[in-house]
Design a protein around this ligand. Structure first.
Ligand code: NAD
Length: 363
């Protein structure tokens, strides 16, 4: 097993260090190599995704990624901005399936903006198609409007498109994932208005016939947005296109109340994947030792489960995270009265201790 470790910018280096610490106590045999990405890579090599970093990522079974970005790079031309590194990795590794779990830990139920009874026990997996849809469809651009309401006026346009194979492969990913969970897939579309999503619905329905053990239902995206806050526990696996998934996965994330807790995975057809927390590089708290490393630690668990075929090791990490939360240990972002505030490293140490069953000392 080879893991490429790309800590990136801001809190990326702090939180990835904790995830690596956790991986190192699991008695797994893996090789790892660390490389620069994002703003750090731009500073050193003049590009956010240098060739050497891309080569390392391509050769690895999995990439553990921290976060990239800082306000100071906002004035750079788009191709050189740190965030382009993520897009470059997605494209070059063919990462078409994005997994975003939204799990509400019992101890953090109060952090959600929804009523506890709505989110207690919540465990949703949003699977978003990541390389197609209106974000990548051609043609796109700006021009003088050739027709329509205001001929000759300046207009901008994008193209929403999906091919049958693109829909088929993401649908299969969703059904396979559902088989390992609650055996329920909700496909989210806008088939009532969009041709693209009528094809989406038709293809998902066809693929669903190969999975008679998995319940399939279809929901329009506007209704899905509503049901996610009305009765979120209805959902098990949600599969949808790139744009709807972008929006719904952030909505689902917020049901759990804390962005510092949410891992994510992006996989290609060979289960090679990029694993990263759902949050960014948090420049406002970088270097202060207060960032929550749990989303990154949980991303490492997803990496073990989905790319490295080590489900037991993944479960050990996930149980250890639940254990430290049950002990009342909290970083500042999830702290509440009556719990113990710890820093980034202490949280990582506590997870390590829970895995190795050593006594955890509160600070
Ligand atoms: P952000 O997710 O970095 O931060 C939003 C808020 O959440 C901040 O107040 C931050 O302190 C807090 N936060 C985030 N992660 C936390 C953690 N682990 N523990 C405690 N608090 C945490 O989003 P932003 O502020 O909009 O963006 C900052 C930079 O990150 C920008 O340059 C943006 O482009 C970049 N970004 C990168 C990624 C990525 O690398 N995948 C994703 C989103 C944003």
């Amino acid at each position: 097993m080879k893991i490429a470790i790309l800590p990136g910018d801001g809190i990326g280096t702090e939180i990835v260090a904790e995830a690596v610490k956790v991986l190192n106590v699991l008695d797994l045999k893996f090789e790892s190599e660390t490389a620069l990405v994002g703003g750090a890579a731009y500073e050193a090599h003049g590009h956010p995704l240098p060739d050497a970093t891309l080569k390392l990522a391509k050769q690895a079974d999995a990439v553990l990624f921290g976060a990239v970005g800082d306000w100071k790079y906002d004035k750079l031309e788009r191709a050189l901005r740190p965030e382009q590194a993520i897009l470059g990795l997605r494209k070059n590794l063919g990462l078409f399936a994005n997994f975003r779990p939204a799990i509400c830990y019992e101890q953090l139920v109060g952090a959600s903006s929804l009523k506890p009874e709505l989110v207690s026990g919540l465990d949703i997996l949003i699977i978003r198609e990541l390389t197609g849809d209106i974000y990548f469809g051609q043609p796109r651009g700006r021009r003088q409007s050739p027709d329509g309401l205001f001929p000759g006026a300046e207009e901008a346009f994008d193209t929403m498109r999906y091919t049958r194979p693109e829909i088929e492969r993401i649908a299969r990913v969703a059904f396979e994932a559902a088989r390992k969970r609650g055996k329920h897939v909700t496909s989210v579309d806008k088939a009532n208005v969009l041709e693209t999503f009528q094809l989406w619905k038709d293809v998902v329905t066809e693929v669903g016939k190969d999975y008679p053990d998995v319940k399939l239902d279809h929901m329009y995206v506007d209704n899905a947005a509503m049901q996610l806050v009305r009765q979120p526990k209805f959902f098990d696996v949600v599969v949808t296109g790139n744009m709807f998934g972008d929006i719904l996965s952030d909505e689902a994330a917020m049901l759990t109340g804390s962005i510092g807790m949410l891992p994510s995975a992006s996989l290609n057809a060979n289960n090679q994947g990029l694993y990263e927390p759902s949050h960014g590089s948090a420049p406002d708290i970088a270097g202060k030792g207060v960032a929550n490393p749990l989303a990154t630690i949980l991303s490492a668990a997803m990496m073990l489960r989905y790319s490295l075929n080590q489900p037991q090791a993944a479960s050990r990490i996930e149980s250890a995270v639940e254990h430290v939360l049950a002990q009342g240990l909290r970083t500042a972002d999830i702290w509440s009265e009556g719990t113990t505030k710890v820093g980034t490293q202490q949280m990582g140490d506590a997870v390590v201790a829970a895995i190795t069953k050593k006594t955890i000392t509160k600070s």
